[in-house]
Design a protein around this ligand. Structure first.
Ligand SMILES: [Zn+2]
Ligand SMILES: [Zn+2]
Length: 476
């Protein structure tokens, strides 16, 4: 045997650090499956720096693994860097497995944004034979709530508000099965072990649960009532988009006489409302599920009070399975606007909603999974054939922005109006979600909380704080 051929067969070991959107997107189960398919030994884990892989096997197989990995990533994963080093072979491992996450060390600024239901979860949602048929909280390693339920990095169930829901035997079996789509999916749950739906009246008295809650909520919307919905990143107010009287009442109660309301639709409904070109459709169907501003058709089938005298309508596809169920059962476009008064952050918990939406909502459709930070619906439109983000929140925050030059750790306070907070570290910066206008006391307090939370969440100590020193700005 020649030396080169011999070299191919002695085990080698490599260590890879994957950075980018690599947590909360099914990366570890994907890596594990690929390594097992190729017969490699080793492990993969999540760390605050990114996903770390150690793989051992013949050099040719390792090269195949390193070549296939970036080509076959899970749909929502994005690699910004992949560093590979050769390390001494261990020789003693059997098989490939997912290790428990490490929580120490210098962090990277990568936390997963919330993702709308993936096609596989949607087909289960509407499949009468599936055990998650019509379950409003189904998700998998490719989709589901992420940043809105995440306490700290790395992204593991124990550091999310799903920690309150221990897995049942059936979910645990899926979680442990490398062949299952829910292998190591941190948000896995089902009707037996996961969050539950409830309907409360305007005074906070429970009226119904589960399917009955959903059916009664839809009946209330049909009757022209205004429903507060606990969505992905906070409360929304829903109403029938064709009911002029209900929308005028919503405007009166919300002290919002003119500003347009967003409309929750499915893809076929968009055709009766707006011109939608291919780029705009791509924005609508993105897993971020933003509100997209679109050119309104003259005969658009919504009430005038949705967006008075405007040539635009803001349309949004369902951001969660619960939105899908509501829309499917209601069968027509629904106004979905933030659960707040103008300029305030959106309410995120039931008691807060009962106080702040008192006199606005006729009922509350709720669940018992905590939302940990307010994330309003994101808003964008196409401008000069490029997406223009007008409000960057749910689905986009906190995806990092790559910087051309490395920066020391700097915290930035942001502007007085439409405030966001920023944190730069190395070659990345993260912007907080949209926090609102700082002349509002609740928004100012949310801004202060986020200034404290952001460096703590990422484990970065800011060396400087940048702010606008304008004497009339609250942010200095
Ligand atoms: Zn899914
Ligand atoms: Zn379960």
């Amino acid at each position: 045997m020649q030396a080169g051929a011999y070299q191919k067969h002695i085990p080698q070991r490599m260590r890879m650090l994957l950075q980018g959107r690599v947590q909360g997107v099914g990366m570890r189960p994907f890596v594990c499956r690929l390594a097992q398919e190729l017969g490699l030994n080793g492990w993969v884990n999540n760390t605050p720096q990114g996903v770390i892989i150690e793989a051992e096997g013949p050099a040719a197989t390792l090269a195949l693994f390193a070549g296939r990995l970036p080509q076959e990533l899970p749909p929502q994963a994005r690699l910004s860097a992949c560093t590979t080093t050769t390390i001494p072979a261990a020789g003693s491992e059997q098989g490939f497995h997912i290790q428990h996450s490490h929580t120490s060390g210098a962090p990277s600024l990568d936390a997963p944004p919330d993702l709308a239901a993936c096609p596989a979860c949607l087909s289960e949602l509407f499949d009468p034979g599936d055990r998650r048929h019509r379950y409003p909280f189904l998700s998998c390693s490719h989709c589901g709530p992420r940043y809105s339920i995440l306490r700290a990095l790395p992204f593991d169930r124990e550091r999310t508000s799903m920690a309150a829901f221990p897995l049942c035997a059936a979910c645990l079996a899926e979680y442990q099965n490398p062949a299952d789509r829910r292998f190591h999916a941190q948000t896995v749950c089902c009707p037996d072990c996961g969050p539950r739906l409830a309907l409360w009246d305007a005074d906070g008295h429970p009226q119904a649960s589960r399917e009955t809650a959903l059916a009664q909520a839809v009946a209330q919307l049909r009757a022209g009532r205004i429903l507060a919905l606990k969505g992905v990143g906070g409360f929304q107010l829903l109403a029938d988009a064709a009911n002029q009287a209900a929308l005028l009442e919503l405007r009166r109660r919300k002290h919002r006489p003119h500003k347009p309301f967003a409309v929750l639709v499915d893809v076929p409904m968009t055709r009766g409302l707006c011109h939608v070109d291919d780029d705009e459709m791509n924005l609508l169907v993105d897993p971020a599920a933003p509100i997209v501003l679109l050119r309104r058709l003259p005969q658009a089938g919504v009430a005038e009070a949705v967006a008075p005298a405007l040539p635009w309508l803001g349309l949004m596809l369902p951001a969660s399975p619960l939105h899908h169920l509501l829309l499917r059962d209601f069968g027509a476009p629904l106004v979905a606007t933030s659960g707040n008064l103008g300029g305030e952050p959106i309410a995120i918990d039931e008691q807060e909603a009962l106080t702040r939406l008192n006199g606005i909502a006729d009922g509350y459709l709720l669940h018992d999974r905590a939302i940990l930070r307010p994330l309003d619906d994101s808003l964008l439109r196409m401008a000069a054939r490029r997406p223009l983000l007008l409000r960057r929140a749910r689905g986009y925050a906190p995806s990092p922005i790559a910087l051309a030059e490395p920066l020391p750790p700097v915290l930035a306070v942001g502007g007085h109006l439409k405030n966001t907070v920023g944190l730069a570290h190395g070659r990345s910066a993260v912007l907080s979600q949209h926090l609102g206008d700082l002349d509002d006391a609740l928004s100012l307090s949310q801004c202060r909380d986020t200034l404290l939370e952001l460096p703590r969440f990422y484990g970065v100590q800011a060396r400087a704080v940048a702010c606008d020193a304008h004497p009339d700005y609250a942010g200095h």
